[in-house]
Design a protein around this ligand. Sequence first.
Ligand code: AMP
Ligand code: GLY
Length: 420
Amino acid sequence: MNVLLIGSGGREHALAWKIAASPVLTKLFCAPGNPGISGSASCVPLNVEDHEAVLAFCRERNIDLVVIGPEAPLVAGLTDVLTDAGIGVFGPCAAAAQLEGSKGFTKDLCAKYDIPTADYQRFNNAPKARNYVREKGVPIVIKADGLAAGKGVVVATELGQALEAIDDCFEGAFGDAGAEVVVEAFLEGEEASFFCLCDGKTALPLATAQDHKRVGDGDTGPNTGGMGAYSPAPVMTPERIAQTMRQIIEPTMRGMAEMGAPFTGVLYAGLMVSDDGPKLIEYNTRFGDPECQVLMMRMKDDILLLMKGAAEGALESMSVSWHDKVALCVVMAAKGYPGTPRKGGVINIPESLDVEDELEIFHAGTAMNDGTLVADGGRVLGITAMGKTVADARQRAYAAVDAVDWPDGFCRRDIGWRAV
Ligand code: AMP
Ligand code: GLY
């Protein structure tokens, strides 16, 4: 198979690494990719927003399957354009990607199908939202409806903070994404990420993982895209997984099919787990980053065959198996992240790390500058190791982190703390 992977982050490096190991792969391209991905794929400077250019590339190179990593091209309808032209795509159509693209859409679906989630209201103007927040009190959660690169959510513990978040949204802090606001009840518990492969009819559960969203140790400081992850997440017991499938994932699949937008691709449920069972915080319609890095390390099966199965509606007869070991990923970010990251610093990765077993250094924001690897983004490397226990995997990952020479970098030192 000829495959085009779309994206340039650590998630896409992990996908490229895993796809490249598939015996059915002929040639892997990645647009735009990064220096790490270029070890597994031919990186091509396609403008992914130009759907016609992507289509022309697919025709020219006889691409059998396009794998879309990030959410923006999904919400923008890249899948629809390629599917209409007869090209296989792993990733939902725009109508199904609304599960991530509109928080209000997902909340309405939950209400209609009785899916456990926080109580909510949707608003299209500030005065009504402000009144509602005053009536409900704090803690309360304010969300921009649309895609806001993970920055559109404020968990407010003070009324002033909630009112300010509402004003920010309606005053355009998130552009069109904030033209509508969802206000929802605060949920308590432990968060977990749960992933399924979907083909429109069948949802095949993948593994569980736990992300670390705050920038600082002990879950302090501002939210980020994710500073580290591990899999499996012990909080997701077999019973809770079964409950999640029955109460959350399966009704969602049914609902999407009923509205004529059957879901294909990866459905990523962000869950809040408490004694009441798992509740849906939000859906994403792609793999998590850095959760993907730990899932790809643990997956035993051929990801490409599974993705093809998802694209072709053939998941019912497929299964996925996992290494028993734990995988843990520590994200190294550039100082300044999640604000303005310091770019251009030279990164030296010792060769001994490249050859170590069950250790992968996934690149995100890196670039080559005259043959030298430099930092070129917020999250830069995802150092991912396997071990018999969380403690083992963590010890191996941090040993590799400490061997990387990059003075501008930093990481959290406590990834996996809930499980250790
Ligand atoms: P989201 O982008 O919807 O995943 O929200 C980002 C983060 O905000 C989540 O990972 C949670 O930590 C937090 N969050 C979102 N909604 C709620 C909620 N209803 N209750 C508590 N925390 C929440
Ligand atoms: N790690 C969280 C996300 O990918 O949305």
